[in-house]
Design a protein. Structure first.
Length: 589
């Protein structure tokens, strides 16, 4: 399969960046830089992977399996030089809900299926379409996830003891925690506050130090030395194993597959958005370009691999990817080494993890939640326009109080409607010196600034010239139809100039076909000028063809043709040779 000129070939689209980097004479200096970056990212990922797993309702070792297996595959097969894969805070809500409904086995199966969905999406080149997610939607659901993560950690941050299971919905969760406030543990509060103070202090005064790891280690040492009565990984989970489990397939039955399929689709949707956003962040920091569909294929393989080892959902992680870039990574080898370093930490230091207080890990996630809420961007979008504010708030509130998938889909739908409304408002119809629009905006500076036709061609009672500008699609069809219907003149010919129309759909073509029929009943000929080949093809396919319609290149050509036809002894006749009115242009790619 060959690519058109200027486009990458199919092989180039799916070649992992690891292969590209190795072809660029990867040397010892590059390996050294990637090893340092990989170690730095592993130090950040170690406490974070366990904290995300615990918050998701599974044991901390599953978070490490995800970062080790999934992270290695993302870097080895991915389309980004710097992407770091692993468990992500964005998945906590979905994973916890899936565990509650389907259990851990159902979660593993959903992760396994989501991997195949991502593989198919990448193979069909659907990664290109993720860029169409509106920015207010990404800010809204990311902020919503941050709020949910923080609320989900209140129990551990405060050391609250509940009589029964913690509710899932935010409103019920807050009410239950409020009722249980008398059980707050002063020791847990002290550990969480001390951990947060260390993390934020190190970030402010020593930003290059591994604040997350230092905070967790210091909290663990303090709690152990002082004998604080706080819950730890050891007391709740009995520690973590010192090796990877043997890979095995999840239980596959048709009934179970159908049960978890909605969760798998949600994992795939969020995973594709999150991973490609992370790759875009890396591109903006480095000036490189990722291969989006190759990245989706890698994410799919990583989720399948993670599920085989008992891990949870894998995606590109923005914070760890940014850390990788800032640490001087040269290519995907750093991400692969990050996974190997995590494996080494687990093999050597797993027994020490039993002393980590859950309040300290909750503090880590509280810091992650704080960073996920993009406060500056949130405030800007609220002030930008009513439409953007509506999309942002709808996505945010639905994510927090209803469901993440619902928030994304509703936000995307509102964003699409808002875009179509704005595009429809941008369409204008000008008739001679008087712009024809749907309302009283005819005298606006924007419309009035266009050069009138009769200034170019001279007023002509036999010809009415109308210019349509903007994307002519179904959202603008009613406006254009109303404008054309208000033309009171009954001349010998109409000239519809579409040179400023970049796109025309079937609804727009049908609108023009209706106008042509009306003009034909009046005995007038319609000339269409400035039509590009795709637009002319669409019009011809909808029956807009001679003798009722004739195509010309410019308005001047059409007016000249009208004058010549009127001056002819027999009146208007067939188009002159070479006009190409009846030919159907070839399809363009």
């Amino acid at each position: 399969m060959t690519a058109r000129s200027g486009e990458p070939s199919l092989l180039e689209l799916y070649t992992p960046k690891l292969v590209t980097v190795l072809r660029e004479r990867y040397g010892p200096g590059d390996l050294r830089a990637d090893a340092i970056a990989g170690l730095t990212v592993a130090i950040v990922a170690l406490p974070l992977s366990m904290a995300i797993a615990i918050a998701s309702g599974v044991t901390p070792d599953r978070g490490l399996y995800t970062a080790i297996v999934g992270g290695f595959l993302v870097s080895a097969l991915g389309g980004s030089r710097f992407q770091i894969g692993g468990p992500a805070g964005a998945f906590i809500v979905l994973v916890a809900a899936t565990v509650t409904v389907h259990g851990v086995d159902g979660l593993i199966l959903a992760t396994f299926l989501s991997g195949f969905i991502l593989l198919v999406a990448g193979s069909l080149r659907l990664g290109t379409f993720v860029k169409y997610i509106p920015y207010p939607v990404t800010v809204g659901f990311t902020a919503g996830i941050g709020v949910i993560i923080f609320i989900s950690q209140l129990k551990e941050l405060l050391g609250i003891t509940l009589d029964g299971p913690e509710p899932g919905p935010v409103a019920e969760k807050l009410a239950t925690l409020a009722d249980a406030l008398p059980s707050v543990s002063a020791s847990a509060v002290a550990v969480s506050l001390a951990t947060l103070a260390l993390i934020f202090g190190i970030r402010r005064y020593r930003p290059h130090w591994p604040g997350l790891l230092i905070g967790v280690v210091a909290a663990s040492l303090g709690a152990w030395a002082l004998g604080l009565p706080v819950e730890t990984i050891g007391t709740r989970f009995g520690g973590i194993p010192q090796s990877l489990p043997m890979p095995h397939l999840p239980v596959l039955t048709m009934d179970k597959v159908m049960e978890v399929l909605p969760a798998a689709l949600s994992f795939a949707l969020l995973g594709s958005i999150e991973s490609l956003l992370s790759a875009v962040v890396a591109d903006s920091m480095t000036g490189r370009r990722h291969r989006s569909n190759c990245e989706l294929v890698a994410q799919g393989a990583a989720n399948v691999g993670s599920a085989l080892f008992g891990g949870i959902c894998v995606t590109g992680t923005i914070a760890r990817t940014a850390t990788n870039v800032r640490s001087g990574a040269r290519g995907p080898v750093s991400g692969m080494l990050h996974s190997l370093f995590l494996l080494a930490f687990m093999l050597v230091a797993a027994p020490l993890a039993a002393y980590i207080p859950l309040a300290a890990l909750a503090a880590v996630l509280a810091q992650v939640a704080w960073n996920m809420v993009e406060k500056h961007e949130f405030a800007i979008l609220l002030r930008a326009s009513r439409g953007d504010a509506l999309v942002l708030l709808a996505t945010f509130l639905l994510t927090v109080f209803d469901d993440l998938t619902t928030g994304i889909l509703v936000g995307f739908g509102l964003g699409t409607l808002l875009f179509m409304h704005r595009m429809a408002q941008a369409v204008a119809v000008e008739h001679a010196t008087r712009p024809i629009v749907e309302d009283d905006k005819a005298d606006s500076a924007e419309n009035g600034s266009r050069r009138p036709y009769d200034a170019e061609l001279g007023a002509d009672a036999n010809v009415v010239v109308c210019r349509i500008s903007g994307a002519f699609f179904f959202g603008a069809a009613a406006t254009v139809a109303a404008a054309l219907d208000r033309i009171a003149e009954q001349p010998g010919a109409y000239v519809l100039d579409v040179s400023a129309v970049p796109f025309l759909d079937s609804t727009a073509a049908a609108t023009m076909e209706g106008f042509v029929r009306k003009a034909s009943r009046q005995g007038a000929t319609v000339y269409v000028t400035g039509a590009s080949k795709p637009i002319r093809r669409a019009l011809l396919l909808h029956g807009i063809r001679p003798p009722d319609v004739r195509f010309r290149t410019t308005v001047a050509d059409a007016v000249s043709a009208v004058h010549n036809a009127l001056e002819a002894p027999d009146g208007p006749g067939e188009p002159a040779p070479g006009d190409d009115d009846g030919a159907l242009p070839p399809k363009t790619a």
